[in-house]
Design a protein around this ligand. Structure first.
Ligand code: MG
Length: 219
């Protein structure tokens, strides 16, 4: 029985508005100016670009310098997306129904706290979540499973009694890294980036289908 549901934010509860290509170019250029070779970031998405740079950092000081350069870029693109995000249909109703069943709810997002809290407030979603894990709350963003593991620890929840709901390959890899099954919703980031052949545990096309995943017999 699923007792804990972890939600991604962008592309899952709100529509996907991050300017992926432009933001990734800005992140790469900041790191090239810092002395990294462009080729290091081939095939890396916005989260992996940072991780690859950090993995090459020779000292804590260099890691701090990297984050000092990259954080304003992440924040800038979060704020840009915040101006356009709209709520996905059925989001409020789903959270309401899950909460009424006593399911514990957390948000595990790569979005920063400022934009994340702002969008939760804008759509009156904040009160449904017992825990919000944003970019600043982890050392490694998704596709690392760190944020998901942190949420499970917070609730004392077992991976197999939890479900991640997300919209991207990043979510899929993070969920599987943490041993948690994932329901992948269409119409989010996969419009722009496909799954490259990796398979989610469940595929859904609307948020109400999360209820089918939790308990197929009762809606
Ligand atoms: Mg997403």
């Amino acid at each position: 029985m699923i007792s804990t549901v972890l939600f991604d934010l962008e592309g899952t509860l709100v529509d996907f508005q991050w300017k992926l290509d432009e933001a990734e170019e800005a992140l790469r250029q900041a790191l090239v100016l810092f002395g990294f070779e462009q080729g290091l970031f081939t095939g890396a998405n916005y989260a992996e670009i940072r991780l690859r740079a950090l993995a090459r950092a020779a000292s804590p000081q260099v890691r701090e310098d990297i984050d000092r350069r990259l954080t304003p870029i992440y924040d800038q693109y979060d704020q840009d997306a915040l101006s356009r995000w709209s709520l996905r249909g059925g989001a409020f109703e789903l959270l309401q129904k899950l909460a009424a069943r006593g399911v514990r709810l957390a948000l595990v997002s790569n979005i920063g706290r400022r934009a994340g809290w702002a969008v939760l407030d804008k759509f009156a979603l904040r009160g449904w979540f017992q825990l919000v894990i944003a970019r600043e709350d982890v050392t490694q963003m998704k596709p690392s499973g760190e944020g998901i593991r942190k949420a499970l620890t917070h609730f004392g929840a077992k991976p197999e009694e939890s479900l991640m709901v997300g919209d991207s390959l990043t979510d899929l890899r993070a969920a599987h890294d943490a041993g948690v099954p994932i329901a992948l919703i269409s119409g989010g980031e996969t419009i722009y980036r496909d799954l490259g052949g990796e398979l989610p545990d469940y595929r859904i096309s609307s948020l109400s289908e999360v209820l089918d995943v939790l308990s197929p017999e009762k809606r």
